[in-house]
Design a protein around this ligand. Structure first.
Ligand code: MN
Length: 204
């Protein structure tokens, strides 16, 4: 595994293919308070690219082009949060998306454990170290421990997508999952527009 650390933008000579695992790190979990700091990407080859964003300009044309490219499918875990963050700070709609958390909820109905660590342990057999999760992602220079942690969040998503796709197809729920993935930009817009905790389809 090689972790590539980029400041500002993804270099133009990096080609990650048509299926890219993505994650983000922020200063916190609030969409209105906390800034986007880092975007991690992997093509599924075991390497990771960590892009530390310039939080004064968010000037990263190569990264924005990739995130918005309709020909590149993006794999994320709990994409709802990342879609909203990327819309807010980078001004692009992340699509098309495969969300491994939605896929897990629609296929692994024998459990209520759908966190990335739990799903990865069961379906990939890998143990994820979550120690750096709440570290300072706004630091001027990211530590090696932060880079390794950020990379680990995108390294198993391709395998998870493959396993979860088989389970969704086995249970006849792939079309339902796709419809949920397609709704993500609207769900993120609702979060950003002031309905973060509301099930807009609920009766009351
Ligand atoms: Mn992460």
């Amino acid at each position: 595994m090689t972790v590539h650390y980029h400041r500002g933008d993804l270099p133009s000579d990096v080609n990650l293919g048509a299926l890219v695992a993505i994650d983000t790190e922020t200063l916190g979990l609030s969409l209105t308070r906390d800034k986007l700091c880092v975007v991690q990407l992997s093509s599924g080859d075991g390497d990771a690219h960590i892009v530390q964003l310039d939080r004064s300009s968010y000037d990263c044309p190569n990264l924005k082009t990739l995130l918005a490219d309709p020909g590149t499918e993006k794999i994320l875990h709990f994409a709802r949060f990342d879609v909203a963050m990327i819309k807010t700070y980078l001004g692009v709609t992340l699509a098309p998306v495969f969300c491994t958390k939605i896929a897990s909820k629609l296929s692994r109905t024998y459990t209520d454990r759908h966190g990335l660590k739990d799903v990865t342990r069961e379906l990939v057999g890998a143990d994820m170290n979550k120690q750096q999760q709440s570290s300072d992602w706004g630091a001027d220079t990211l530590s090696q421990a932060q880079l390794d942690y950020a990379a680990s969040d995108v390294l198993h998503l391709h395998e998870l997508r493959a396993k979860l796709t088989s389970m969704l197809e086995r249970e006849g729920r792939m079309e339902m999952a796709k419809a949920c993935f397609d709704f993500l930009p609207t769900r993120a817009d609702l979060d950003l527009a002031g309905w973060p905790e509301t099930d807009i389809f609920a009766h009351s």
